[in-house]
Write a new protein. Structure first.
Length: 139
């Protein structure tokens, strides 16, 4: 796992307002050029936090920003990008960044209306569990 990157995202989320965060959608509103008016989930903000590694992608109609892409591999989708960016399994990425999936990690679920602070705490709690050896994919 890439703890440094995960902590960097958690630090970013700590500073994000509730109005700029929507745990249920990767990118729900975007003004990428100005960054104001943009609303994303944790993974939706990764192009801002890690601009050399991740970029926004357009929807299939190429009308609006709707997803993220890992630049190095071209892998698209928030779970796939999380898997590569944080060097975790697909399942772990899904459990961390999808609403109501956190119980698989042995922690309380975050619903669609989770706050950025709650998401940051989840990332830190998960990192602590992994460091202590309290979590592996088979537990």
């Amino acid at each position: 796992m890439n703890y440094e990157r995960m902590e960097k995202l958690a630090e970013f989320l700590d500073k994000l307002s509730r109005k700029e965060f929507n745990f249920a959608e990767v990118v729900s509103e975007a003004n990428i050029a100005k960054k104001c008016g943009t609303v994303c989930c944790a993974m939706g903000w990764t192009p801002v936090v890690f601009p050399r590694l991740v970029e926004f992608s357009l929807d299939e109609d190429e009308i609006r920003w709707s997803d993220v892409v890992f630049k190095k591999s071209g892998e698209r989708g928030y779970v796939e990008v999380a898997e590569e960016l944080f060097e975790i399994s697909y399942a772990e990425a899904e459990y961390l960044f999808t609403p109501n999936q956190q119980h698989y990690l042995g922690v309380k679920d975050l619903g669609n209306f989770a706050t950025p602070i709650q998401a940051a705490k989840l990332l830190r709690k998960y990192m602590a569990k992994v460091k202590k050896g309290d979590y592996n994919e088979t537990s």
